[in-house]
Design a protein around this ligand. Structure first.
Ligand code: DAH
Length: 377
């Protein structure tokens, strides 16, 4: 501020002011100066400096005008100076105050703009995973068997040859072991027994019967391993559900009735089942269960008129192995084969899932490509 021009640092007399009109002009100059400066004051920090410059008690412009112009002026001029000073003061004060309000509400506005929450915007949705299809199929199977009195047990994936083979009536040089080549663990020399990744869930038949007295009705879902080369129907890791029912008087009819009930619940009431003689060391008799082809309805003919590629025209699809528990197995668990009888089955879950959900490559279960997984929310 060029105070020399405005002159409030000197008494009026020194400025040569002797007339009321001159006083008016002096105050008009001050006011114009105030207005000019005031235009540039917007930020709160500027406002504070500006307020102090004009209203500061000791060296504010108005304090200096009071000291230099009002106090020393002659009694004749004092009135006019006092009146003009009062006008200027109330003008300056009201301008400064209204700018303060404007700055505050402006700050409020911009703070509001930052904090404003638009309740109509969609919320932040976090992607939620879902169960893997294999887990879903496990659940479907468990629900069906639990509804008819089975309970669910799980067992170790690392097994001893005793549980995986011997106690299931598969002695060391039995040719069936060739189909179940698996992964053996590297153990320190002198380990009490070799350990292997179980090739099927059947060891849990033995572990369950060792622990429980009949009646036994369990299913065993879980992972199993074989040294198979991966292709569309083979994987070195896959999933099975074992079933075992042993009681005083379980017959072959109970067995087929239970399996038929399960298959119809799982695939729908329209499917037919059949069984064919088969061979497993731990069941006698052993069967292979088939289901009427769910793709061609059992006709063997595809919708196009050609041979159904899924059942290759047979009208039947092989589902899983099963049978009446071989009496030799009871010998391993101290059950009396004369007093108890029962059935067992072992289903490949990946295969059941592939059939039910029309998936033609087992590898997709293990690749975990979300484009596949998302199809089964
Ligand atoms: N454990 C057999 C396999 O993995 C499947 C099987 C067949 C299980 C017959 C059984 C059964 O319980 O009775 O090939």
């Amino acid at each position: 501020m060029q105070s020399t021009e405005l002159g409030f640092e000197k008494p009026l007399a020194a400025l040569g002011v002797t007339q009321a009109e001159q006083i008016t002009a002096r105050f008009a100059g001050l006011r114009a100066h105030f207005d000019g400066q005031f235009q540039t004051v917007h930020a709160e920090s500027e406002w504070k400096l500006f307020r102090d410059r004009w209203l500061g008690r000791k060296s504010g412009v108005l304090a200096l005008v009071t000291d230099n112009w009002l106090r020393p002026s002659t009694p004749e001029l004092k009135r006019a100076v006092g009146a003009a000073l009062n006008d200027l003061r109330s003008y300056v004060e009201s301008q400064i105050e209204s700018r303060r309000l404007a700055i505050e509400s402006g700050a409020d506005q911009s703070a509001l703009a930052h904090e404003h929450v638009d309740l109509s915007l969609p919320g932040v949705t976090r992607p939620i995973g879902s169960h893997h299809l294999i887990r879903q199929v496990f659940q479907e199977i468990e629900d069906i068997f639990v509804s008819i009195g089975f309970s669910v047990v799980e067992g170790p994936e690392i097994e001893t040859p005793y549980y995986n083979f011997e106690a299931l009536n598969i002695p060391e040089f039995h040719p069936v072991r060739d189909d179940m080549d698996t992964f053996y663990l590297d153990l320190p020399k002198g380990a009490p027994t070799p350990l292997l990744l179980r090739t099927h869930t059947s060891p849990m038949q033995i572990r369950t019967m060792e622990k429980r007295k009949p009646p036994v009705r369990v299913i065993v879902p879980g992972k199993v391993y074989r040294r198979d080369n991966p292709d569309a129907t083979h994987s070195f890791i896959f999933h099975q559900v074992e079933g075992l029912a042993v009681d005083a008087d379980i017959t072959f009819c109970d067995f087929t009735g239970t399996i038929e009930y399960f298959v119809k619940q799982f695939f729908g009431p329209g499917v037919k089942t059949r069984f064919r003689p088969s061979y497993f060391p731990f069941t006698e008799p052993s069967v292979e269960f088939d289901v009427s082809c769910i793709f061609c309805g059992g006709s063997g003919t595809a919708a196009s008129g050609g041979t159904c590629s899924k059942c290759k025209g047979a009208g039947w699809i092989e589902l899983f192995g099963a049978g009446m528990v071989d009496p030799a197995v009871y010998g391993f668990v101290n059950y009396d084969p004369k007093k108890v009888s029962g059935f067992a089955f072992g289903m490949g879950i990946d295969r059941l899932a592939m059939l039910k959900y029309q998936i033609d490559d087992i590898q997709v279960f293990f690749q975990n490509d979300v484009r596949f997984l998302r199809q089964f929310p």
